[in-house]
Design a protein around this ligand. Sequence first.
Ligand code: NZQ
Ligand code: ZN
Length: 388
Amino acid sequence: MLGNFSYCNPTRLYFGEKALERLGGELDQYGSKVLLAYGSGSIKKSGLYDQILEILQAHEKEVIELPGIMPNPTVEKLYEGCELARAHDVDLILAVGGGSVCDYAKALSVSAWCEEDPWDKYYLRMEDVDNRILPVGCVLTMAGTGSEMNGGAVITNHEQKLKIGHVFRDNVFPKFAILNPKLTYTLPKYQMVAGCYDIMSHLMEQYFSGTDDNTSDYIMEGLMKSLIHSSRIAAENPEDYEARSNIMWIATWALNTLVAKGKSTDWMVHMIGQSVGAYTNATHGMTLSAVSMAYYRHICPAGLAKFARFARNVWEIEAADKTVEELAEAGLQAMEDWMKELGLVLHLKELGVTEDMIDGIAEGSFILTGGYKTLDRAEIAEILRESM
Ligand code: NZQ
Ligand code: ZN
């Protein structure tokens, strides 16, 4: 049964090959000082940086550059951005990159004018924003996180060995996002498939929960089927526009808050994966793929009917002569086969996890209660060992 909810998604999207043409019109709506945030150089190599600068200049913007936003952005980098944004009193943060740059821009938008330590306030104490919020716009270069249309902002504190996501309210969502699937063509295959698995994981985190007849589950089954189909095509031919555009659009829908409305959600794979990330700084999607099979096999008996439905409706497995347990396992096996086919990481060792990290990773995993089984730390450690 759908619970009570309110729904508003204020992000304006521009999608398609010509989407960047709409950037100038958006820029005109903000003041003259633009903080341009980007990563470690992929946008310079692809030529996107030059295109963006040209548009910024044509619209008479003063550009304050903030390069070097790393994958899994750190709290130190956040402090650096706060100083820059305040010193120049910027009017807009323009994020050009993947989920890390978009997340970072949102974290900065609420931190720049925060009078306290933003790590303590937003990440340790999980408090709401009560100061000025800078507007954010995104030009997305990687499909996966959904960050372009949500309030998530994940920050890593290596010293404290914590990677934490704050899901801010819709006043922090990007004001606009430019989504041109062609901008994702230059992604290395490792990142592309990691992004695909991140999308799959977002859907599964929201699907494997609840026993009701929820419309969101039907939507998610469709999104998962389209993702599986398109990811196979894109893995073979990265420049297949139809596949890349489907993947980009599914990524947005998988985590723009719509499918979670009115239903319970799990998110334990992300909690464990984020803790793995805090210890290893590994690629987000791969931290999820490495722990997923052990996690889902562990909780499957507690949510058997849904796992059987997943097998039937997503992986199109014939129920025929199978017991419900066999059907559920056949679905998970089909998923594992697909993951192998894409070349996803299935073992934590490959991400640099060593046995002596396991207790710390389990300790750093936040325990959520929305899924089919509430885990204790010993179970998390067991899942991590099985994932090695
Ligand atoms: O640094 P650059 O040069 O930009 O290179 C990046 C980076 O090395 C590269 N890249 C991106 N677009 C490219 C490209 N290289 C060539 N061509 C392109 N078109 O790819 C690498 C990874 O980029 P990154 O932004 O880190 O990846 P992703 O989009 O997966 O973002 C990961 C971050 O998002 C967080 C993760 O925890 C992680 O910190 N998440 C955010 C969420 C949200 N906002 O709701 C939810 C997710 O579950 C996730 O936790
Ligand atoms: Zn994710």
